[in-house]
Design a binder for this molecule. Structure first.
Ligand code: AMP
Length: 425
């Protein structure tokens, strides 16, 4: 098959790495890709947000299957457009992508189907939202309804902070995403990321991960897209996984089917494991980043037939196999991220770093300049490793990082600490 992958981050590099290894893959293209992806796929200068251009390219390159990485094109209906043009595509339709595109939509779906989630209300004006904040008290969580590139959630420790978040969102600081706001109960517990592959009818659990969202060691500082991750999540055993499927994923699949918008693609549930059990924090309608980097290192089976089975509605009898060994990834970011940062700084030593046992380096934001690799984004590299334990995977990843010469980059030094603490006790 000729396959086109849409996206340019570390998630797409990991997907490209896995798909390039499939015997089903004839030619693999990625749009727009990056310097690391270029080793696995032919990168094409296409805007994934321009469906007409994507369709034109698919026709000219005889593309049999399109795999969509990021949420933005999914939420505006790239899969609908491709399928209408007769091109098979992996991912949810625009209507099904509302599970990520509208937090209010998902909260209402949870309420209507008794799916465990934080208590909430939806608001279209600041005064009513603030009255609710006052009535509930802090801590409390304020969320923009729409896609806000990770900036749409404020976990407020005080009523004043929550009010400021309400004002910020309704002031238009987040654009249309903040035209509606969800205010919800603060959930206490430990988070986990749960991934299921869905074909509209059937959902099969993939595996789990935990990530580190804060920029500094000790899980301090501002939120980011993710500074590192490891898989599996130590707080999801087989029994918990079965509960998540029965209480959260399967009722969602039934509700989406009943609404005439069956869910296909990867369903990524952000969970809080509370004393009462698993609760849904949010859905994402695509693979996680950087979680995919560790998922792909642990996936033993061929990825391509699984993605095809999701598209074709053939997951019922499908089985995916995983390595038991954990995997861990450390994000190297440009200094200043998640604030202002420079592009174009030179990175050296990647080949030596990649030669460390068990290590795989995925590029998240790089560009080739002649035979040099330069940074081209906030999150730039995902230095990933497998090991017999999380501790060993961590040791290998940081050993590789010590060989990378990039004075303009930084990383956290404690990725995996919670899992390693569990291993040692
Ligand atoms: P989200 O974008 O909805 O995943 O939210 C980003 C982060 O905010 C989550 O990963 C949690 O750490 C935190 N968060 C969101 N909602 C809640 C909640 N109801 N209670 C506690 N923490 C939350």
């Amino acid at each position: 098959m000729n396959i086109l992958l849409l996206g340019s981050g570390g998630r797409e590099h990991a997907l490209a790495w896995k798909m390039a290894a499939s015997p089903l893959t004839d030619r693999l293209y990625c749009a727009p890709g990056n310097a690391g992806i270029a080793r696995e796929a032919e990168c094409v200068a296409l805007d994934p947000a321009d469906p007409a251009a994507v369709i034109l390219f698919c026709r000219s390159a005889s593309i049999d299957f399109v795999v969509v990485g990021p949420e933005a094109p999914l939420c505006v209906g790239i899969v609908d457009d491709l399928e209408a043009a007769g091109i098979k595509a992996f991912g949810p339709s625009r209507a099904a992508a509302r599970l990520e595109g509208s937090k209010g939509f998902t909260k209402d779906l949870c309420r209507a189907n008794a799916i465990p989630t934080a208590a909430y209300e939806r608001f279209t004006a600041a005064a009513a939202a603030k009255a609710y904040v006052h009535a509930r008290g802090a801590p409390i969580v304020v969320k923009a309804d729409g896609l806000a590139a990770g900036k749409g959630v404020v976990v407020a420790q005080s009523v004043a902070e929550a009010e400021a978040a309400v004002d910020m969102m309704f002031s238009g600081a987040l654009g249309d995403a903040g035209a509606e706001v969800v205010v919800e109960e603060f959930l206490d517990g430990e988070e986990a990321s749960f991934f299921a592959l869905c074909d509209g009818e059937t959902a099969i659990p993939l595996t789990t991960a935990q990530d580190h969202k804060r920029v500094y060691d000790g899980d301090r500082g501002p939120n980011t897209g993710g500074m590192g991750a490891y898989s599996p999540a130590p707080n999801i055993d087989a029994a918990m996984s079965a509960r998540v499927m029965a209480e959260i994923i399967e009722p969602t699949m039934r509700a989406m089917r009943a609404a005439g918008t069956p869910y296909k693609g990867v369903l990524y549930a952000g969970l809080m494991i509370t004393r009462e059990g698993p609760k849904l924090i949010e859905y994402n309608v695509r693979f996680g980043d950087p979680e995919t980097q560790v998922l792909m290192l642990r996936l033993m089976s061929d990825l391509v037939p699984a993605l095809l089975a999701s598209r074709d509605g053939q997951l019922r009898s499908f089985d995916l196999r995983w390595y038991a060994e954990p995997a861990l990834t450390v994000v190297m970011a440009a200094k200043g991220y998640p604030g202002q940062y420079a592009r174009g700084t030179a990175i050296e030593g990647l080949d030596a770093a990649a030669a460390v046992e068990g290590v795989e380096i995925f590029h998240a934001g790089t560009r080739a300049e002649g035979d040099k690799i330069v940074a081209n984004g906030g999150r730039v590299l995902n230095v990933s490793a497998v090991g017999k334990t999380v501790r060993q995977a961590q040791k290998r990843a940081y050993e590789a990082i010590s060989l990378i010469r990039w004075p303009d980059g930084f990383c956290r030094h404690d990725i995996g600490w919670r899992a390693i603490e569990r291993e040692t006790t």
